[in-house]
Design a protein around this ligand. Structure first.
Ligand code: DGL
Length: 277
């Protein structure tokens, strides 16, 4: 009998649920373990070292739960912690385990959405400061011009249930205006934060007509499906009972209420105390 080895999906809070939702749609047969580090969110304004330490701690927790594969469904963690974890920590922890992020699958294909070759990136301050998107896009689409805009208020608006309120319009319009002030030729805008799809209706309201707005959930899910198809040994190790467990490092009541919106279904989370070793 196969031991339970769910695919781990991590985010600083609720944003990764927008990715998990698409992954489950594409790959419903697998078991999943979602953890939101809500007690320490947002990660966006934190230093490289802090995001790395927090993310590593969470990744180790996933491994302790039997995960062979962990997806960092958070751009900030993918930008600031993934490479160090892959290169420095994994070889010492267990070289057969895998940790993947959301930046690579997105940058591999984002250039294909644009006709003008000018792409806008909306993300947290941490993601933007890391320059991960311009650096990675240049590898796959060297001719593309990339413009970035940090939207530090967007995650708090979403986390505090204000994303549908009139107050959100000000911050959405402000950052879209700043992004498009860079160039009138931007025809593709990537939501490079897994919280931002919740603001999609307001983004569409204030973005120039004809601009394609891309969110990452489906892209990451399709990339994971291809990855598991290519890495059959790893795929075999992941258990398949179609079960999903949710953990949060903060209030389970808050998590369950938010998760219903982000994930689109009833969620009963469990509390995780990372300090209790
Ligand atoms: N959802 C995370 C991301 O994709 C950011 C949230 C945060 O700042 O913690 O970047």
């Amino acid at each position: 009998m196969q031991e339970r080895s769910p695919i781990g999906v991590f985010d600083s809070g609720y944003g990764g649920l927008t990715v998990l939702k698409e992954i489950v749609k594409q790959l419903p047969e697998y078991d999943y373990l979602y953890m939101g580090d809500n007690a320490r969110a947002p990660y966006g304004p934190r230093s490289f070292d802090t995001v790395y330490q927090y993310t590593l701690e969470c990744v180790k927790w996933f491994f302790a739960q039997g995960c062979e594969l962990v997806i960092l469904a958070c751009n900030t963690a993918s930008a600031k912690a993934l490479r160090t974890i892959q290169q420095k920590d994994l070889p010492g922890i267990d070289p057969s385990k895998r940790v993947l992020g959301v930046i690579r699958p997105t940058t591999e294909i984002i250039g294909g959405f644009s006709k003008t070759g000018e792409i806008g990136i909306l993300g947290t301050a941490g993601t933007v400061q890391s320059d991960s998107y311009p650096i990675e896009i240049a590898k796959f689409f060297p001719a593309c011009k990339v413009y970035q805009e940090a939207c530090p208020m967007w995650v708090p608006l979403v986390e505090n249930n204000e994303y549908d309120e009139p107050g959100a319009d000000y911050f959405v319009k402000k950052h879209l205006d700043k992004l498009s002030a860079n160039s009138g030729a931007i025809d593709t805008v990537l939501l490079a934060c897994t919280h931002y799809p919740l603001l999609m209706h307001k983004i569409r309201q204030y973005i120039r007509d004809g601009v394609t707005v891309v969110s990452q959930g489906e892209i990451v899910a399709e990339s994971l499906a291809r990855y598991l198809d290519k890495h059959r040994e790893l795929a075999k190790k992941c258990s398949k009972n179609g079960k999903i467990d949710f953990y949060t490092t903060d209030s389970t009541t808050d998590f369950d209420n938010h998760a219903a919106i982000f994930f689109g279904g009833a969620v009963a989370s469990k509390y995780l105390d990372l300090q209790a070793k």
